[in-house]
Design a protein around this ligand. Sequence first.
Ligand SMILES: [Zn+2]
Length: 185
Amino acid sequence: MTEFRKAERRRRVQRRMMKLVTVMSTVAAVLTAGYSFVSEGALEPKEILVPPLVITVSEEETPVGSGPPPAAMKEPAQSTSEAAAIPAPPTYLGEFEITGYCSCDICCGKKDIKLTKMETVPKSGYTIAVDPQVIPLGSYLEIEGVTYRAEDIGQAIKDRSLDIFFSSHEEAVEFGRQKKDVYLK
Ligand SMILES: [Zn+2]
């Protein structure tokens, strides 16, 4: 009887040991899996070695759940909407009477240096003369999809009239006098 009980006890201990070994190896496998997963994520695997699963879970779940990440996602969204709002739609100024001019003596009078009122070198299809009382110098205007810069003034340019700069007097004359819609950019 006693021999039988001893043997029975030994078997029980063995079974417990086997269970323990199984659990231990499972834990080891999980830890190894956790570690290898983390090290693939390249997030300082040495520090994560001790409690791998806890850190893996917390680092993986923070971006998904609530907390700082949604706020971090909101900020770029706001800045992109602000960036998109920067090029505001052009303001319609009305219909202007537009003429052409160039840097010749006829258009600008006899001068040694023929710069614009803003002291820039006038550019064809870009420089425009305005009435600075109506349009501040330096403003950008849009006429039929083309962007001009109000860099110059002219004696005859008053109220709703504009003078577009051309590189030759012929082109300026050919442009003549036209009425066009003007937008302030
Ligand atoms: Zn001219």
